[in-house]
Design a protein around this ligand. Structure first.
Ligand SMILES: Cc1cc2nc3c(=O)[nH]c(=O)nc-3n(C[C@H](O)[C@H](O)[C@H](O)COP(=O)(O)OP(=O)(O)OC[C@H]3O[C@@H](n4cnc5c(N)ncnc54)[C@H](O)[C@@H]3O)c2cc1C
Length: 381
């Protein structure tokens, strides 16, 4: 099915992202796996190529593009390379900047946005805590007023880009009596006393991404680092989670689609009983099902991207796109592993890594159960 949401300008952006992958990322794939992170110079190069500042106004060093479809093509191309790069770049460039652009003061925008656009300031967002991530309103990290600032105490876990982060948007409880309305966003900067970026966590997949614990021990955060109004942090997160979820959906589909294309080629090349394994009716029908699944998922996600570009994507539709695409991705990749036989279980084959990487997409950005909770509530239950 021809896709109809992207025009030639989006395709030009796609070509430049693809070129960046081939020239800068692909030759260093092993280095990123071994280092469990994306090296700093790659962040800077991606910034120079203009992949980070899409949502950031030109006066603050960004591209000032008010069209989410550009973000989506970049996410697709990064996912075709690997899911981890798409996730790390996505958090930095699609998830974090809107908080500063929408909620930041003029001074905060001048202070942070140019570095976010250039890749000099690597960003993370820290909501999840060791005690729980789904029930965000119950978070325990506290920030207590002290003179002209705050004293922050607590910890966060599973934070993407957490180890390398220079800037972290931290959700903290500023009023214990108010539940969701007692949460405020504070910008914590590398080097603040008492702020520790913990070790890189040892994950089942997404080897190239740095995922870390963060610790805050009596960190003094000046009030100039408060993002948005006191007590409005939960609402700010709820308003911006649809962009994170549609981005996740874009990546899920593009990631699975790339691996499926490779698998179809493999099924043409690999022979058993004197014929290509794809020629056995079971496998032929299976691949027919898989391409159909991908194309149907892609059509829904494309509609979400188009709606989001017009500012019309609902939180419920973003939730549908997120859970469905991650389920489809996992189903498709599991079959792709099977079609590769034993090679499908070898790390040197992309399909094996992709299969491991995909698993987390049913858990993060709001678990699939939480997505169904949102959709179910919208049905009136
Ligand atoms: C690699 C990775 C990267 C991540 N990056 C980030 C990041 O950058 N920033 C960040 O803040 N977080 C991040 N997360 C955290 C992620 O968003 C959480 O893991 C997720 O929201 C689930 O929270 P939890 O792990 O505490 O599970 P829990 O909330 O403890 O849930 C455990 C299980 O119970 C289910 N459950 C919970 N409540 C309900 C309910 N009401 N109905 C039905 N089932 C329910 C969940 O779906 C899940 O299956 C990341 C996680 C991983 C693994």
């Amino acid at each position: 099915m021809p896709r109809n949401i992207y025009d030639e300008d989006h395709e030009a952006m796609r070509a430049s992202a693809r070129e960046f992958v081939a020239r800068t990322l692909a030759p260093r794939a092993e280095e990123m796996i071994e280092g469990k992170s994306i090296p700093r110079d790659i962040w800077l190069e991606a910034g120079k190529q203009g992949f980070f500042g899409l949502d950031i106004p030109e006066e603050f060093g960004g591209a000032g593009v008010d069209d989410y479809r550009f973000n989506a093509v970049v996410a697709e191309e990064m996912s075709r390379f690997n899911a981890a790069t798409s996730s790390c770049f996505g958090i930095h460039s699609d998830v974090c900047p809107p908080y500063v652009v929408d909620l930041g003061t003029e001074e905060q925008k001048q202070r942070w946005l140019p570095g976010m656009a250039s890749g000099e300031l690597i960003c993370a967002i820290a909501m999840t805590e060791p005690s729980g991530g789904s029930d965000l309103a119950a978070l325990k990290t506290t920030a207590v007023r002290d003179g002209d600032g705050w004293v922050l105490n607590g910890s966060k876990t599973f934070i993407t880009n957490g180890y390398q982060a220079d800037l972290v948007i931290v959700a903290a409880r500023t009023d214990p009596s108010k539940g969701a309305k007692g949460i405020t966003l504070l910008m914590v900067e590398r080097g603040m006393e008492g702020f520790v970026n913990g070790r890189k966590l040892d994950k089942v997949g997404m080897d190239e991404s740095d995922t870390a614990e963060l610790f805050f021990e009596n960190v003094r955060v000046p009030d100039e680092n408060r993002l948005g109004e006191e007590g409005m942090g939960f609402i700010a997160m709820m308003q911006r989670l649809p962009q994170e979820r549609v981005g996740a959906a874009v990546s899920n589909v593009a990631h699975a689609k790339a691996i499926l294309e490779e698998t179809i080629q493999y099924a043409k090349d690999r022979k058993a009983f004197g014929q290509p394994i794809g020629a056995f009716q079971h496998n032929k029908f299976l691949m027919a099902e898989l391409v159909t699944k991908i194309e149907v998922a892609e059509a829904y996600v494309d509609d979400c991207v188009a709606a989001h570009a017009e500012g019309k994507l609902s939180a419920v539709d973003a939730a549908k796109a997120k859970w469905w695409s991650s389920q489809v991705q996992n189903d498709v990749l599991d079959h792709c592993v099977q079609l590769h036989g034993g090679y499908g279980f070898m790390n040197e084959y992309r399909v094996a890594r992709a299969w491991r990487d995909a698993r987390v997409t049913k858990i993060w950005a709001g678990s699939n159960e939480i997505m169904k909770e949102l959709i179910g509530r919208d049905l009136g239950f």
